[in-house]
Design a protein around this ligand. Structure first.
Ligand SMILES: [Zn+2]
Length: 272
C-alpha cells in the first residue's frame, strides 16, 4: 500500500497539472468509493470547482478546491494520472473516476482492487482531524515523539502503523525505520531511552525523506503518475529481506515474524 513517500510523490507530480484548472465534470462507475455521498451529489457539487492547491495529509492526496476539499486515498492499488483527451483510450480498464479538466486533459483514478476512497467535503477536520502528526513537519520534534510515546504502553511496530499516533507510515517504512534505529519491533514503547527516541525520530525522518527522494517504493502496484517505478526498494535493509544477511551488522540474518497480522522484518542481532 502506498505510504507517505509514495503519496507525496503523487501529489508533487500532479500539482503542476492541476493547480489553476477547473473540473468541468466527473465520470465514475464505482460509487462505493464515495460512500456515503451519492454519485450525483458528488458530480453536481464538484463540477465547476477550481483547483487551488494539491498536497498530502497522512496517506491522502489532498486537493483544495475553491469550495471543498477533494481527498483521494489510494489504498492497495489506486493510481492517479493525467492524460490528454486526444490520447485517452479505454485500455486502462481499471479507471473508475475520470475528472474532466478545462484544458482538454483528464485526471484519472485507476484502481484494480477497488479499495480506494474518494471524499468531497468542506469539513477537512472531520476527515483528517483525528490523525497524528506529520512526521516530516518541523513541528514534529524529538520532544513531541517522546511525549507521545510516554502515553503508550504497546509494542513499537503496531504503534508506528497507528495513524492516530503518527501519520503516513505503513508496513514498509515502519520496518525500515525500526531497523535503522536498532529497535526491535516488539520493543515496548514506554521502555525507550532518550537515545532510542532520538534514533527512532531520526530514522523515521530519514526513511521517509529518502523514500520521497527516490519517488517511492515500487514493490507492488505503486507507480508514479508518469508511469515510472520508484526506486526506494533498492534502499531496503529489512523489509522483504527475510533470510538474507543483515547489511547493517554483518552478523544477523533478517527474520520475518507476524505482528498484529502484518509481516514484520528485522535483524535479531542489531535490533534488540
Ligand atoms: Zn543486523
Amino acid at each position: 500500500m502506498p505510504e507517505l513517500p509514495e503519496v507525496e510523490t503523487v501529489a508533487r507530480e500532479l500539482r503542476p497539472h492541476l493547480v489553476g484548472r477547473t473540473i468541468q465534470s466527473v465520470w465514475l462507475d464505482w460509487p462505493r468509493a464515495l460512500e456515503p455521498m451519492l454519485p450525483e451529489d458528488f458530480q453536481n457539487r464538484i463540477a465547476g470547482q477550481k483547483v487551488e492547491l494539491v498536497g498530502r495529509r497522512a496517506k491522502y492526496v489532498l486537493v483544495k478546491l475553491n469550495a471543498d476539499w477533494l481527498l483521494i486515498h489510494l489504498k492497495m492499488s489506486g493510481r492517479l494520472y493525467i492524460v490528454a483527451n486526444e490520447a485517452a483510450t479505454d485500455s486502462d480498464r481499471w479507471v473508475h473516476f475520470n475528472f474532466q479538466l478545462d484544458n482538454a486533459h483528464q485526471l484519472r483514478f485507476s484502481d484494480s482492487r477497488k479499495f480506494g476512497r474518494v471524499i468531497l467535503t468542506n469539513d477537512l477536520k472531520a476527515v483528517v482531524g483525528h490523525l497524528g502528526p506529520e512526521p516530516l513537519d518541523e513541528s514534529f520534534t524529538v520532544d513531541i515523539l517522546k511525549e507521545r510515546l510516554s502515553h503508550r504502553k504497546t509494542s513499537l511496530k503496531p504503534l508506528l502503523l497507528n495513524q492516530e499516533f503518527i501519520a503516513g507510515i505503513g508496513n514498509i517504512y515502519a520496518d525500515e525505520a525500526l531497523h535503522r534505529a536498532h529497535l526491535h519491533p516488539l520493543r515496548r514503547s514506554d521502555s525507550l531511552t532518550e537515545n532510542d527516541i532520538s534514533s527512532l525520530h531520526e530514522a523515521i525522518r530519514w526513511v521517509l525523506n529518502k523514500g520521497i527522494e527516490r519517488s517511492g517504493a515500487s514493490i507492488g502496484w505503486y507507480r508514479q503518475p508518469n508511469g515510472e517505478k520508484g526506486t526506494m526498494q533498492d534502499e531496503f535493509l529489512a523489509y522483504g529481506r527475510a533470510g538474507h544477511p543483515c547489511q547493517t551488522c554483518g552478523q544477523g540474518t533478517i527474520e520475518r515474524i507476524v505482528v498484529g497480522q502484518r509481516s514484520t522484518h528485522f535483524c535479531p542481532q542489531c535490533q534488540r
